[in-house]
Design a protein around this ligand. Structure first.
Ligand code: AMP
Ligand code: MG
Length: 474
């Protein structure tokens, strides 16, 4: 028995999706399977080959109702009337110990929403999505994850000719802000209500049911979005395409495209080379998160008064700021909340910016500053004076040195996914060598551990990778 069942979404009326089958590959190839996730989903007894056959469509599951969803959204601030799953299908759902999980297949062929696209995804982009999902999950950031990548010999054209691949992914939901926008802008308030009711019925474990359920739903989206973005900021993650069609209503990071983890600290960092205005720059993410929430609020205006929306949107900033402050305190090994902490954190960020320090490694090596060792990053005169204030602040904390070091190492990763690492892995995989991919998964899924044998992956990117331009096509 394969526990993938039809998705509850397929019970909605036909205007919400298109029921359809998908196009597997003639010569499917197993690139990678996520054994850990498979186990979490209770699929461990299904052998690899069988799972591959299922996702490739060679082995059908009875009564499954795969569907492509229709949605729209604001892309780079502009409303786009119709988007939708142009190359992905919601296959179904699995009841796991964590609740119900969506199974989605990306790169599954054309749908009515493909527009000019070929319905496929390239191996390069699904590997990047797979790696980032695992990296974010290991950093405790809510995210979609990947269960399997299936490669092929099918060629598709992007900037160059590349092989197509499919990614089976999991997420708590695939409902985006853009699903609501689609019905709102098409003047179908009754559909907005149906969709909101669907979310309330299916995802009520994620928010409290009180008197005004629609307001509570919106309040929860705003809250989860603020928390998610605070977590991005704390680990230096730049999403790159924060369009409203890429925003999950349950605050999970998803639709990984040209994302990047910041290396040298630079608030104006833009990972997406086609984002010429820098709309989705690292420092803009918190504001864009709020902008997107207000776009969702607008789409819910048939259910929530403007006044209530305004009140709910106002909660965003406080949630974002307090979450980020807490995360930064943890990164500095501080348990207590003291008034001087904001200045202390800002002081460190300023040094990182002016001295072009590696964000991840500076935090990771802060434990050395606790014991008066020279940290490889903080060795300038300004940095040394910052360390003095840091040590003074530490004396107000009761914890022993050993405990501080342990707690800091649990929140400051030694490893992040640097672009060049993904790139080298992709190049090997394009030549059918998946060993580098497996290695990277080991490191990224336990980024707080030392992994002495992989020390080189904790170093700053090599010089050749400095100007590496990641193709944004996918
Ligand atoms: P994304 O940049 O992946 O978030 O995609 C934006 C929109 O374009 C979504 O509606 C996608 O389904 C669609 N899309 C992207 N790539 C393709 C493709 N190769 N074929 C069809 N639709 C695509
Ligand atoms: Mg998208």
């Amino acid at each position: 028995m394969i526990p993938i069942k039809p998705h509850a979404y397929a019970e909605l009326a036909q205007d919400f999706y298109n029921l359809q089958n998908w196009q597997g590959f003639d010569s499917p190839l197993l690139v990678v399977e996520n054994a850990e996730l498979k186990k979490e989903l209770g699929l461990e007894n299904i052998e690899k080959q069988k799972l591959l056959d299922i996702f490739n469509g060679s082995l059908s599951i009875e009564n499954l109702r795969p569907l492509s969803m229709v949605y729209s959204g604001h892309q780079f601030g502009q409303y786009v009337e119709q988007l939708g799953d142009g190359r992905g299908l919601l296959l179904g759902q699995i009841d796991s110990s964590e609740g119900s999980v969506d199974i989605h297949l990306k790169g599954a062929g054309k749908t009515p929403y493909s527009r000019f696209g070929d319905g496929r995804a390239v191996l390069r982009s699904v590997i990047r999505e797979y790696l980032c999902g695992e990296a974010m999950h290991a950093l405790s950031i809510p995210t979609s994850r990947a269960l399997m990548i299936i490669g092929s010999d099918e060629m598709v054209i992007r900037e160059k000719s590349e092989t197509a691949a499919m990614l089976a992914r999991t997420a708590k939901t695939h409902i985006r802000f853009g699903n609501f926008e689609y019905y709102h802008y098409n003047k179908k308030p009754e559909h907005v209500k149906v969709l909101a009711d669907f979310c309330i019925d299916n995802y009520s474990t994620y928010f409290s049911r009180t008197k005004n359920i629609y307001e509570e739903f919106f309040r929860s989206v705003v809250k989860q979005t603020a928390i998610m973005i605070a977590q991005w900021q704390a680990c230096g993650f730049n999403h790159g395409v924060m369009n409203t069609d890429n925003m999950s209503i349950l605050g999970e990071t998803f639709d990984y495209g040209p994302y990047g983890f910041m290396e040298d600290y630079l608030p104006t960092y833009v990972c997406n080379h086609s984002d010429h205005q820098g709309r989705y720059a690292f420092k803009n993410q918190p504001y864009i998160g709020l902008w997107n929430c207000s776009a969702l609020g607008h789409a819910l205006s048939s259910l929530i008064s403007e006044e209530a929306q305004g009140e709910i949107l106002q909660t965003y900033e406080e949630i974002f700021q307090s979450t980020l402050a807490k995360l930064f305190r943890e990164k500095l090994g501080l348990k207590q909340d003291q008034s001087e902490d904001a200045a202390l954190i800002q002081g460190l960020l300023d040094i990182m910016e002016s001295e072009k320090l590696d964000y991840t490694n500076t935090f990771r090596n802060l434990t050395q500053a606790l014991t008066n060792k020279i940290t490889p990053e903080l060795d300038s005169a300004v940095a040394k004076s910052w360390i003095v204030s840091f040590q003074e602040r530490q004396t107000k904390e009761g914890l022993s040195l050993d405990k501080k070091v342990i707690s800091m190492n649990q929140v400051n990763p030694k490893f992040i996914l640097r672009n060049y690492m993904a790139q080298e892995t992709i190049e090997a995989a394009e030549n059918n060598d998946f060993s580098a991919l497996e290695t990277l998964i080991i490191i990224l899924s336990k980024p707080f551990e030392e992994h002495e044998e992989f020390q080189n992956f904790a170093n700053k990117s090599p010089a050749w990778a400095k100007d590496l331009e990641i193709s944004c096509s996918s």
